[in-house]
Write a protein that binds this ligand. Sequence first.
Ligand code: 4NP
Length: 154
Amino acid sequence: MKIKILMVCLGNICRSPLAEGILKSKLDPNKFIVSSSGTSNYHIGGSPDQRSIQVAQKYNIDITDQKAAQFIASDFDTYDLIYAMDNSNYQNILKLAKKDQDKTKVKLILNELYPNDNLDVPDPYYGGAQGFEDVFQMLDKACDMIVTQFKEHH
Ligand code: 4NP
């Protein structure tokens, strides 16, 4: 059975598409499924933001085929691990949990780098290209940590 990991932000067009693309690029597709979604319905069916596409391309990651989806309660059954990009989305994911086991699957992604600090990946949507570069760098480091932990435990 493949391990299934879901990256979640608000719109599923800026941060979580990058998190999906970055983590996928570091893991064996025969062993892991990585996907992403958003807690809002704002952009369902839409492509990632051009600025996310561009910063990913700069690091040889292609996210152009992704399409935005909304996080739904059944994702708790589908996925083994759910990474929220920020505290607001973390809380909104937990609101859809039906049992305690659902809640234990949800983590704040930057806690991989800074345990228990509960830091947000800042929403880059209303900013410029540098915000997307910053988001890329923090997600790249967080994904390295996720991969390291899988190597230690599996
Ligand atoms: P994301 O960024 O949650 O990283 O995809 C956003 C994208 C769109 C909006 C907000 C955040 N929006 O309000 O449309």
